[in-house]
Design a protein. Structure first.
Length: 200
């Protein structure tokens, strides 16, 4: 588990309060980051397209390859909306933040553009906490929700940061299912976040 995101967040808050960095520079930086995120999505797509082994494994899994990420997204969305109602958040913000599925960097950027810095902060904190919780409590999730349920809880992080923890708690045989689920959720993210914000 890394505390680097927390350190960077606190450092950013301190610098923002101090006013050292001009607003124009921040706007330019945000535009550059958005461009890099779009490029990252493109590169991920190319990497998936050329990996024949990945597609073969997905075909071998059949409909199960899509069932875990679909249920994961639906569960995230329902949980986010219910939590938003309980704490008094706008439904669009809670829905969009929850379908971020642990992918805090992209969700934060998108919600900042859609709803402002407050919504972006909610998205960042909720998704970062989800990722950290998955890393620390994966054995508990497996015991309570089963192997497939634990992969679903990991959301987008199942393809990268949470994958070692999933393998350790569920076994190597679940690695492909976890990776495929994480990839599919990650690919759907740029569409789901703005869609849920507008629908709810």
């Amino acid at each position: 588990m890394s505390i680097t995101p927390f350190i960077l967040l606190i450092t950013g808050v301190v610098i923002g309060i101090s006013g050292i960095v001009p607003g124009e520079l921040l706007d330019t930086t945000n535009s550059l980051i958005k461009g890099f995120v779009i490029l990252l999505c493109f590169v991920i797509g190319m990497d998936m397209g050329k990996d024949q082994k990945l597609w073969a494994n997905i075909r071998n899994m059949g409909h199960k390859a899509f069932l875990i990420p679909i249920v994961s997204v639906i569960g995230s969305l329902m949980g986010g909306i219910i939590t938003g109602i309980l704490v008094g958040l706008p439904p669009g913000v809670s829905a969009a933040a929850s379908v971020g599925s642990g992918y805090y960097s992209l969700t934060t950027i998108m919600l900042k553009q859609l709803a402002g810095p407050e919504a972006a902060t909610i998205a960042f904190i909720s998704n970062l906490l989800r990722e950290l919780l998955v890393m620390t409590a994966m054995p508990l999730f497996v015991a309570v929700f089963g192997k497939n349920g634990a992969i679903g809880i990991a959301g987008a992080t199942a393809m990268d940061t949470a994958l070692p923890f999933i393998i350790k708690s569920t076994g190597k045989q679940m690695a492909i299912a976890a990776f495929v689920s994480g990839v599919l959720i990650t690919v759907a993210m740029p569409v789901l976040v703005p869609l849920c914000y507008k629908l709810f």
